[in-house]
Design a protein around this ligand. Structure first.
Ligand code: AMP
Length: 284
């Protein structure tokens, strides 16, 4: 595995690979790697000749008062995991390498970014769209792998790639979960032992909602209420939102049909966790 900290070195390696007709897979992350990240990397390795993982904790996508300074980091473990799984290039740029100061340009995706995460974290998606645009330009034509765990982000990134005509194919990958259903997340590290036990209420509520949909319920309001009530059984949880939407446009729906998605966010002490499900599939 080659460890790279400079954009110019990425250009050199990947231009050379593409000149030899090799396909390139890109897996952007903020590090503190877990099985969810590794599943994206494995998919990229399966589908491409060269896989580049990136680790960059992007300050632009954190709002004032969020967890930028405490965001968990462990570069040594990340390097070892990347090496073990077979990453070809690991790109870990410094803040200065990514952003010349001050930053005058940002990328904004309309519409998809105003609800849910966008309502709770108003500057978040511009930060994501800007850094993803930069990573796409640094990498060049490739397949790129994003998790369905961040469903709204996946829609934003797919739309951005299409709208700006990037020669990038965005591939969505399923959410990897612990055995009790909790989605793997770097932010799970913030949970106390007790909060960790309560956190399974998120996936449990989404699974119960999916079962109700699969048994014929179509009213989004009924499904929402079921989830709100289930989450209320856990006193340690502060629910942020539960939304039933059309999965690609993210528009609210009143009746559930194919393509629907249920998304939620909740706080457990210091940790703000998100999850979502296709109610016709459920939590698997
Ligand atoms: P992050 O490091 O949190 O920015 O995540 C980097 C990528 O990993 C994003 O595309 C996430 O959606 C994806 N990811 C995070 N957690 C999971 C998970 N549990 N299963 C699958 N993908 C995930």
């Amino acid at each position: 595995m080659r460890f790279i900290s400079r954009k110019a070195e990425v250009h050199e390696c990947l231009d050379e690979a593409r000149a030899e007709n090799k396909s390139v897979g890109l897996v952007p992350t903020m590090g503190y790697l877990h099985g969810g990240h590794i599943s994206l990397i494995e998919r990229s390795i399966e589908e491409n000749d060269i896989t580049m993982a990136t680790i960059f904790v992007n300050p632009l996508q954190f709002s004032e008062g969020e967890d930028l300074s405490s965001y968990p980091r462990d570069l040594q473990s990340d390097r070892e995991q990347c090496e073990a799984v077979g990453v070809d290039l690991l790109f870990v740029p410094s803040l200065e390498e990514m952003y010349s100061k001050p930053v005058h340009t940002s990328v904004h995706v309309d519409n998809l970014t105003t609800s849910m995460e966008g309502r709770s974290r108003p500057t978040h998606f511009s930060g994501v769209a800007t850094v993803v645009t930069k990573l796409f330009n640094i990498t060049g034509p490739c397949n790129t792998y994003f998790g369905e765990k961040d469903w709204q982000q996946l829609q934003v990134v797919s739309t951005l790639a299409r709208d700006l005509s990037f020669r990038i194919n965005v591939v969505g990958c399923p959410t990897i979960r612990h055995s009790d259903g909790l989605a793997l997340s770097s932010r799970n590290a913030y949970l106390t032992a007790e909060e960790r036990l309560s956190a399974s209420v998120l996936s449990r509520s989404l699974q119960k909602a999916s079962e109700l949909v699969q048994s014929g319920e179509i009213l989004a309001s009924v499904i929402r209420t079921l989830i709100v009530d289930e989450i209320a059984t856990e006193p340690r949880v502060v629910l942020d939102y539960v939304e039933v939407v059309e999965g690609n446009s993210l528009g609210s729906i009143t009746e559930i049909g194919p393509g629907a998605r249920i998304l939620l966010a909740a706080k457990f002490g210091k940790a703000r966790l998100i999850d979502n499900v296709d109610p016709y599939v459920g939590i698997s």
